[in-house]
Design a protein around this ligand. Structure first.
Ligand code: GLU
Length: 441
């Protein structure tokens, strides 16, 4: 079977970690199976959908390395929804209803007051032709409801949640089209999934109840429903669906120096039985991706953990992956020397400045003689063969200093800092003449 997945955001805002996670899982499943990953823009809401958000979503997916194989927009497909509605009308699976929002609200209150579930009473289904004509003559416009088949229990085997069962008699016939002709999400999504040959619908568990309704829509339209995987929702480290998480976007994380592959690695694995591990590319994530590893408990997203993972990812990145973001002239050897000390790729520029820029002398006056001796040794040693080992060995012999008293003043004089990458890696990059000058020679 050719696998087709789709990620279906509404372009009403930027992507945030919650929906990026859904995108990651759809993309991984398609890649794992050599399938197709579709970006579907759910832009039926003309008021709230914005072109700038469409652009933002495309940019974010490209930055994340999740570029779609195909892109479709619901706003270009209204004729398809119209045709499906006509088919359903002909089959008696949709019916016009005329209640106003206030009337429906009142019905709900009465039902709840009687201790009954607020399921739509299908009053509109009982209207005669003549009654409908009267309502229309009064100027009422109908909205359209999908008639659930109460004789057909709804069931599917969810790839994450296992067997799911719903009794359609306990569900309201969903409204699929409003009075003003605009579409609700439910029917267009099912029509798209059929037309685009979607084989796996991967989305948040907040859609489980929609799936129950859509399963009957697929069947009413003569199509077998796709497979469904409803993933547990994402929560913040405090265990709640936080507002902050809902607004934490790819753009913000990018500004903070988070690597796209770190975010993908994190979102691919949290909430699964697989460990969150640093990777330099998506290969290992694709190979191991499997819905059977997904847990039912909410997935916890912790920004500090992402920052820590990001550092470990940076330590794995090859020069080729970062070269264009490094300062002009920074070589592979420079990168490999500083890489183990970075939290973000951008910090490489700080070390580049330390290697090749001006270093503020910050020597302790008590170290003056020691550093003069160091400058003399630096002028004698062979710079082709591990100069740091030669420098420290000879200095130890000549000055009697050991440990921190030996190493720390050298690091400070040579880098202007108290800590950093291995001096053995840095010293050859600083070079003989510059090192002698920094030691005060
Ligand atoms: N636009 C819907 C959402 O973002 C799509 C849901 C789906 O994947 O079917 O919730």
């Amino acid at each position: 079977m050719r696998v087709v997945t789709r990620f279906a955001p509404a372009p009403t805002g930027r992507l945030h970690v919650g929906n990026i996670r859904t995108a990651v899982h759809n993309w991984l499943w398609a890649r794992r199976n050599g399938g197709t990953f579709i970006l579907r823009l759910d832009d039926t809401d003309r008021e709230r959908s914005r072109e700038e958000h469409v652009e933002g979503i495309r940019e974010d997916l490209a930055w994340l390395g999740l570029a779609p194989d195909e892109e479709h927009r619901q706003s270009a497909r209204f004729a398809r929804y119209e045709a499906a509605l006509e088919r359903l009308k002909a089959a008696g699976r949709v019916y016009p209803a005329y209640e106003t929002a206030q009337e429906l609200e009142l019905k709900r209150k009465v039902q709840l007051g009687r201790g009954k579930p607020p399921v739509y009473d299908r009053a509109a289904l009982a209207l005669t032709e003549a009654e409908r004509a009267i309502l229309e003559a009064e100027g009422r416009r109908p909205h359209w409801r999908f008639r659930l088949d109460h004789g057909a229990p709804i069931a599917w085997d969810d790839l994450v949640r296992g067997p799911q069962h719903f009794d359609p008699a306990l569900l309201s016939d969903p409204i699929v089209r409003r009075e003003d002709g605009s579409w609700l999400y439910m029917l267009p999504s099912a029509v798209d999934d059929i037309d685009l040959g979607v084989t796996h619908v991967v989305r948040g568990e907040d859609h489980v109840a929609n799936t129950a309704l859509q399963v009957q829509m697929f069947e009413a339209l003569g199509a077998a429903p796709p497979a469904f995987a409803h993933e547990a929702l994402l929560v913040g480290s405090e265990g709640k669906l936080s507002k902050r998480l809902g607004s934490l976007g790819a753009d913000t994380l990018r500004e903070q120096g988070i690597e796209p592959i770190a975010l993908v690695a994190k979102l691919a694995r949290i909430g699964t039985s697989l460990p969150v591990e640093p990777v330099a590319d998506a290969g290992p994530l694709i190979e191991t991706f499997d819905f059977s590893t997904f847990g039912r408990a909410p997935a916890r997203f912790d920004l500090d953990e992402l920052t820590a993972l990001n550092a470990r990812v940076v330590h794995l990145l090859p020069y080729a992956a970062v070269a264009e973001r490094l300062p002009e002239g920074m070589s592979e050897a420079d990168w490999l020397a500083v890489r183990p000390n970075l939290r973000t790729v951008a910090e490489a520029a700080d070390w580049w400045a330390i290697l090749h820029g001006h270093v503020e002398a910050a020597a302790d006056p008590g170290d003056a003689h020691f550093l003069a001796a160091a400058a003399a040794v630096a002028a004698e040693i062979d710079w082709e063969a591990d100069p740091w080992r030669q420098l420290t060995t000879l200095l130890k012999e000549r000055t009697g200093r050991t440990g921190r008293a030996l190493f720390h003043p050298l690091r400070r004089a040579l880098t202007g800092r108290d800590s950093g990458p291995e001096m053995a890696a840095l010293l050859p990059l600083i070079g003989r003449d510059e090192a002698i000058a920094r030691l005060g020679g």
